[in-house]
Ligand binder design. Structure first.
Ligand SMILES: CC(C)(COP(=O)(O)OP(=O)(O)OC[C@H]1O[C@@H](n2cnc3c(N)ncnc32)[C@H](O)[C@@H]1OP(=O)(O)O)[C@@H](O)C(=O)NCCC(=O)NCCS
Length: 182
C-alpha cells in the first residue's frame, strides 16, 4: 500500500507544479527542416508515456503524469514528424528548491531511436529554452548522468553549462540562463 507521507509529498509537488506553470508560456508550433516543434497537448500524453517507457524502461512517475494531464501546453514540448507522429519530447517540472530561484527543470528529453544521432535533441532543447525566454523564469536546469556523454553534449550544445556536480545520483547539473522580463 502506498505510504501516506509519500502521497502527501507527491500531492504537494503536483500542486506546486500546477500553480507555478499556470501562465508560463503561450502555445506555439513551428516547423524546421520538416519537423514540427510544438507545445504539448493532452492527446499526445499516451504516446509520450509509450516512448518514455521504450527509452527509459521505467514508466513516468504517477504524479508527473498528472501534472502533464493539466499542463501539457506549459511543461511538455513535442517534436513531431510532418505526418504528426511523435519523434521526441521534453518534459519540464518545478521542484521546491529551484522554484524559489525561478528555475524550471528539464527532467526528461527523449528522441525515438530511429531519429537519434541527427542533432534533434539539441534543437528540441533549444526550442524549449526559447519558449521560456523573456518570461518570468531566470533559468532552465537539467541533469546529465556522469556516464551519459550523449545527454551531456546535447545539453551543452543547446546552451547549458555545467555549474555543479550532484552526488546522488552522480550527475552533472547544468543551467541554461534565460532573460527574465517580469
Ligand atoms: C540522449 C538523447 C536525447 C540524445 O538525442 P539525439 O537526438 O540522438 O542526440 P543529438 O543527435 O542531438 O546529439 C547530441 C550530441 O551528443 C553527442 N553524441 C550523439 N551520439 C553520440 C554517440 N553515439 N557517442 C558520443 N556522443 C554522441 C554529439 O556530440 C552530439 O552532438 P553533434 O551531433 O553536434 O556532434 C537520445 O539519445 C535519447 O533519447 N536517449 C534516451 C533517453 C535519455 O537518455 N535522455 C537523456 C537524459 S534525460
Amino acid at each position: 500500500m502506498p505510504d501516506f507521507h509519500h502521497l502527501q509529498h507527491d500531492f504537494k509537488l503536483w500542486q506546486l507544479n500546477l500553480r507555478l506553470s499556470r501562465h508560463l508560456r503561450g502555445p506555439f508550433r513551428r516547423e524546421e527542416d520538416g519537423f514540427i516543434y510544438a507545445s504539448g497537448a493532452l492527446r499526445y500524453l499516451k504516446d509520450v508515456e509509450k516512448l518514455h517507457m521504450q527509452l527509459f524502461r521505467k514508466p513516468l512517475l504517477g504524479w508527473l503524469t498528472w501534472v502533464y494531464r493539466f499542463r501539457a501546453a506549459q511543461l511538455m514540448t513535442l517534436l513531431l514528424s510532418p505526418s504528426g507522429e511523435l519523434v521526441g519530447y521534453s518534459l519540464c517540472m518545478f521542484n521546491a528548491a529551484e522554484a524559489s530561484e525561478h528555475i524550471v527543470h528539464e527532467v526528461y528529453v527523449g528522441i525515438a531511436p530511429t531519429y537519434q544521432g541527427r542533432g534533434l535533441s539539441i534543437k528540441l532543447r533549444r526550442a524549449v529554452a526559447e519558449s521560456y525566454n523573456h518570461g518570468h523564469l531566470s533559468a532552465i536546469s537539467t541533469l546529465a548522468g556522469v556516464d551519459d556523454i550523449k545527454a551531456l553534449r546535447s545539453a551543452q550544445k543547446a546552451g547549458y553549462a555545467i555549474t555543479k556536480f550532484s552526488a546522488k545520483p552522480p550527475a552533472h547539473y547544468l543551467v541554461h540562463p534565460l532573460t527574465r522580463r517580469f
